[in-house]
Design a protein around this ligand. Structure first.
Ligand code: ATP
Ligand code: MG
Length: 578
């Protein structure tokens, strides 16, 4: 096999496995119990409810894997994708499309169950009318600021709005006129009439509807009143006959309200269950902050490979399998914690180690002339595509008189412990020969080494010489005449601090100024000439790389997904043992 044809093994995205048997975390334990007691007639129906106000991030992946995963694990289980689109001023169709793409890429399928909270606007409005008729909701003329003042604190009860005792007739009339556009934005809201002295602040007459003149990406200008999250979410779950409404811990105190609306309206009642959200170190993970990074041009976009977004991880070269494995490994719990980003990197290394073909690429080229190798001669040397998977076969790599090696693989004065090339020193070239450095040519002005002259031992082609002598290092290389030129983008952490918001700091103050290094004139083995956007490789000794979509503009561009854990010691040990 030759070239890129043998390299597409890594690029087929697979569906999430359906019959994995993850251990029973507390969410799954609740569901198992509900199945035993036949609480929902043996049904399991979850949903993933993103607000289309930004791109999905790795935290959302945890929620997606949990919701779609649970549905897949249970016979007949279903999971809906529902856009929680009740805030038109922040939402956009671009986000809707991006979210769909990301969920699909992760390997999940909502089949025909794509929903929008905005589909329920009329129904929600009618439920609000019902609550007014039941004396459970009222139109309030206090401003947002006044409502906040009236709310009280954790230690002080709230004060009742002077509009709380309006008659049903007056409330119905005002609410209708709110909908009809008779009032200014912010002049009136509809509130649930619950309990201003409740210990739970969410129960102190929460706002159900606000007036907002904003064009909605789906309903246009049809509405100028929009329902609030708490009112919308439980009813949407109920309409879709969700059994388990799984959300993050910060909604724990909203659960009484979730239950209140459904109970007062006597609607079908799903069970809300809260789990701890994913937090990762060396990153920020809220859409608001990620939007700030995009809008402030601190990154190139939502899919910048340094972003913790799913689209960023994809562009960086992560596989859906690696992201799912990560979500499985972190598990689901009730307690907040911070996961080390190293675990995410570990997961992608594990996956790519199995699947990514090895190739040779030189990121910072140093020219090497093999003086005793015949001019014009080319040998095609067999190279293994993936030692972890013999079925991935071999390819041919051309060897010739002039090569490139990595600049940092040569030292004029090698320090102790440096076993790579140096004057008079012999090393192996991977899949090829032993070469010995005879001399170094320097730039007259800068003194920088710009070319090495070496000799090779023809008796060492991919094996030990008859005299049994050994070398302590194996270098990767590329034949100069055959090399493909490419750009490599090396990424480092976007933030310098494990907690970019430590002690209330602005996260933008701990941005890493060196989070991106661009190398323009890398040299790669010719099998990469036909690499396509999204293809993933291991560059031997350097790390995992994937082809960036920018490659369509002409020159090949590679993103470094992740470095290899311990490239030097491994290679050197392997060489010593034969
Ligand atoms: P952010 O705080 O990042 O803006 P969000 O909660 O506002 O996120 P939504 O679109 O409302 O974003 O989230 C959709 C679903 O994903 C919700 O059920 C939410 O609980 C879940 N989710 C969001 N962030 C995380 C996270 N870090 N870990 C796990 N689940 C999350
Ligand atoms: Mg939210």
């Amino acid at each position: 096999m030759n070239g890129a044809d043998s390299h597409n093994g890594t690029n087929r995205e697979s569906k999430a496995p359906v019959n994995s048997t993850p251990s029973l975390d507390f969410v799954r334990a609740i569901i198992a119990e509900d199945l035993l007691t036949n609480k929902y007639g043996g049904r399991v129906h979850t949903r993933f409810p993103p607000e289309p106000n930004g791109y999905l991030h790795i935290g959302h992946a945890k929620s997606i894997c949990l919701n779609f995963g649970i549905a897949a694990e249970n016979k007949g289980g279903l999971c809906n994708l529902r856009f929680d689109d009740t805030n038109p001023s922040k939402e956009d169709i671009e986000y809707v499309e991006a979210i769909k793409e990301d969920v699909r890429w992760l390997g999940f399928d909502w089949e025909a169950r794509l929903f929008y909270a905005s589909d329920y606007f009329e129904q929600l409005y009618q439920y609000a009318v019902q609550l007014i008729k039941d004396g459970k909701a009222y139109v309030c003329d206090l401003s947002a600021e006044e409502i906040r003042e009236h709310r009280g604190t954790l230690t002080e009860p709230g004060r009742e709005s002077p509009y709380r005792s309006r008659s049903v007739t007056e409330n119905l009339d005002l609410f209708e006129r709110m909908r009809a556009g008779e009032f200014e934005d912010g002049s009136h809201v509809l509130r649930a009439k619950i309990d201003m002295s409740s210990r739970n602040l969410n129960m102190r007459d929460p706002v159900m509807y606000r007036i907002l003149r904003a064009t909605h990406h789906r309903t246009g200008d049809q509405w100028c009143v929009y329902p609030m999250y708490d009112f919308t979410h439980c009813i949407s779950d109920s309409i879709e006959r969700i059994t388990h409404s799984i959300c993050t811990l910060e909604f724990e105190n909203n659960r009484p309200l979730y239950d209140w609306f459904l109970d007062e309206l006597k609607l079908y009642h799903p069970q809300q269950i809260e789990f701890a959200r994913l937090n990762l170190n060396y990153t920020v993970m809220s859409k608001r902050k990620l939007l700030e990074l995009v809008e402030g041009k601190y990154v190139a976009g939502w899919d910048d490979p340094r972003m913790p977004t799913i689209s960023g991880l994809r562009r960086r070269g992560y596989t859906p399998e690696a992201v799912r494995a990560f979500c499985e490994q972190i598990g689901v719990s009730k307690r907040d914690s911070v996961i080390d980003i190293a675990l995410l990197e570990h997961c992608v290394r594990e996956d790519l180690n199995r699947r990514a073909p090895r190739v040779m690429a030189v990121l910072r080229p140093l020219r090497v002339v093999i003086d005793n190798y015949p001019e014009g001669k080319v040998e095609e040397l067999a190279a293994v595509n993936n030692p972890e998977d013999p079925s991935m076969g071999t390819r041919k790599v051309p060897f010739s008189r002039i090569l490139y090696i990595e600049r940092e693989d040569f030292r004029e004065e090698p320090p102790k412990g440096f076993f790579r090339l140096a004057p008079g020193r012999e090393v192996r070239l991977r899949y090829a020969y032993f070469i010995k450095c005879e001399s170094a040519v320097k730039d007259e002005k800068t003194g920088e080494v710009i070319e090495l002259h070496c000799t090779y031992d023809p008796q060492t082609r991919d094996g030990a010489p008859p005299d049994g002598r050994k070398v302590k290092a194996t270098l990767h290389w590329v034949s100069a005449a055959h090399a493909v030129e490419a750009e490599a983008r090396l990424y480092d952490s976007l933030f310098l601090k494990a907690d970019p918001e430590e002690e209330g700091a602005d996260f933008k103050n701990s941005l890493n100024p060196n989070s991106l290094e661009v190398l323009k004139s890398c040299r790669m083995e010719p099998s990469l000439a036909n690499a396509k956007s999204g293809d993933r490789y291991q560059f031997e000794r350097l790390g995992y790389f994937c082809v960036d979509p920018d490659s369509s503009k002409g020159a090949l561009v590679f993103n470094r997904t992740v470095t290899l854990r311990d490239p030097w010691s491994k290679m050197e040990k392997r060489q010593q043992s034969g």
